[in-house]
Design a binder for this molecule. Structure first.
Ligand SMILES: Cc1cc2nc3c(=O)[nH]c(=O)nc-3n(C[C@H](O)[C@H](O)[C@H](O)COP(=O)(O)OP(=O)(O)OC[C@H]3O[C@@H](n4cnc5c(N)ncnc54)[C@H](O)[C@@H]3O)c2cc1C
Length: 397
């Protein structure tokens, strides 16, 4: 039976996070945009509030929250930051530290996870390379065994949080070929790759939006990592990397829905106040129907996001859903939420006339930020491919 009813504790957490966002995030958004980085006080505040590494178990210093509860926090942060820079920081760090907590070696977990929870180190995901994003089988980065170490060489591109990790410390969950003789996605391992001043050649990239975020590419040259940095079984990384992507994708669905619902609300406030042709814009049915369509879509998207997080949790803890069912639920939620959110924000921008197109309008920031989610952590076409595969059947497509 589907059941992701929010408990009293979850509602209390939502309220606390909402208050934190109103106090610490909302007043700093414009500063963040002009400085083009998330203010350190916000990141430290999130750590103090227990919002980093939320899925990390108590044994490693974390609160061990479930995915739906993490989704509630993500929704609130998504509502608070229209640029989606802080939501991205939140989602990447939380989703990928969950995977380390699930599959990492004891030694890696003890070394890394308590620092993630305290916000002393941040964690990113580095999968994409210059020659591939969707097609993981084309990976060129290698991690070759040398005794009880691995030597990593390669290049990763379009990676979020690069500056945050360089400045604060931490590293990336990375996919690399540990057995290059094996074809396709076999012979691939998931490894923890700490940022290294000497072995990383990093370039920053400028994003279309997400002004507080950092984004870039790095070449990795002869970086040695201990074998206990392998996450899960050696040469079996492709099997587990999806669990990280699915968690991240489901969180993106609730962030996009939360952000879009806030945009709609700001747009509605404008429609109620702005007078044209002798009456408030909200009196025009053409606009009312746009509001209705967007609210219907975004509230549905929010539900789909929570359902995806709940199904993910059920599969992870009890195995009551299959991996394929999870992939489909998550892909449906990410596809629809990110597509509808972009359209909803665009409409909310339109309702605000010329002001909507100005740099002062949060919908202008949101439109550029939300657009990233049709690519990041798996593109919308790949989401369609998953839904199609699970519907038509692998052998027929
Ligand atoms: C803002 C942002 C942040 C990102 N952050 C990270 C990060 O932190 N870590 C990381 O590893 N990556 C990150 N990425 C990269 C992201 O994961 C890739 O952009 C994405 O996987 C698509 O890969 P690609 O860009 O190489 O496009 P390609 O795979 O080259 O595809 C190009 C286009 O073709 C479509 N396409 C590809 N294959 C098919 C197919 N079989 N059928 C139909 N259409 C297809 C794609 O959907 C896309 O629209 C980020 C991207 C963005 C935009």
């Amino acid at each position: 039976m589907l059941d992701y009813t929010f408990s009293e504790e979850q509602e209390l957490l939502r309220k606390t996070v909402r208050e934190f966002c109103a106090r610490e995030i909302t007043p700093r958004i414009k500063d963040m945009m002009s400085q083009r980085k998330i203010p350190q006080e916000i990141k430290d505040g999130m750590a103090k509030m227990g919002l980093l590494g939320m899925a990390i178990p108590e044994k490693y210093g974390g609160p061990g929250y479930d995915p739906v509860t993490i989704g509630i926090v993500a929704e609130e942060i998504g509502r608070a930051d229209p640029t989606v820079s802080i939501p991205v920081f939140f989602l990447v760090d939380n989703a990928w530290s969950y995977l380390v907590a699930k599959y990492g070696s004891e030694q890696l977990k003890s070394e890394l996870l308590p620092d993630i929870v305290k916000g002393k180190k941040y964690l990113g995901i580095a999968s994409t390379e210059p020659a591939f994003g969707s097609d993981v089988a084309s990976m060129k980065t290698v991690a070759i065994r040398k005794g009880n170490k691995l030597v990593v060489n390669g290049e990763k591109s379009y990676i979020s949080l690069v500056r945050d990790i360089k400045e604060q410390g931490g590293g990336f969950v990375t996919v690399a070929k540990t057995d290059p003789t094996k074809p396709g996605t076999s012979g691939t391992s998931l490894v923890y790759l700490p940022y290294s001043e000497t072995n990383f050649d990093m370039t920053y990239l400028e994003e279309m939006g997400r002004e507080g975020s950092s984004w870039g590419a790095f070449k990795i040259k002869d970086q040695e990592i201990p074998e206990h940095y392998i996450i899960g079984k050696e040469n079996q990384g492709f099997k587990i990397v999806h669990e990280g992507f699915e968690f991240a994708r489901a969180i993106i669905a609730v962030i996009s829905a939360g952000a879009a619902l806030e945009s709609i609300q700001r747009g509605v406030n404008y429609l109620k106040e702005r007078v044209a042709f002798g009456k408030p814009l909200s009196k025009f049915q053409g606009l009312q129907f746009q509001v209705a369509d967007n609210v219907a879509k975004m509230e549905t998207a929010l539900d789909l996001g929570y359902k995806a997080l709940w199904v993910y949790d059920q599969e992870q803890r009890f195995g009551t859903y299959t991996r394929f069912q999870v992939s489909k639920e998550v892909a449906k939620a990410k596809l629809l939420s990110t597509t509808w959110a972009f359209d909803a924000v665009n409409d909310a921008l339109q309702w605000q006339g010329a002001f909507g197109y100005s740099k002062d309008c949060p919908e202008e920031w949101a439109l550029r930020g939300i657009r990233s989610f049709q690519l990041a952590e798996g593109s919308r076409e790949i989401m369609k491919q998953i839904v199609a595969r699970e519907t038509i059947g692998k052998e027929f497509i």
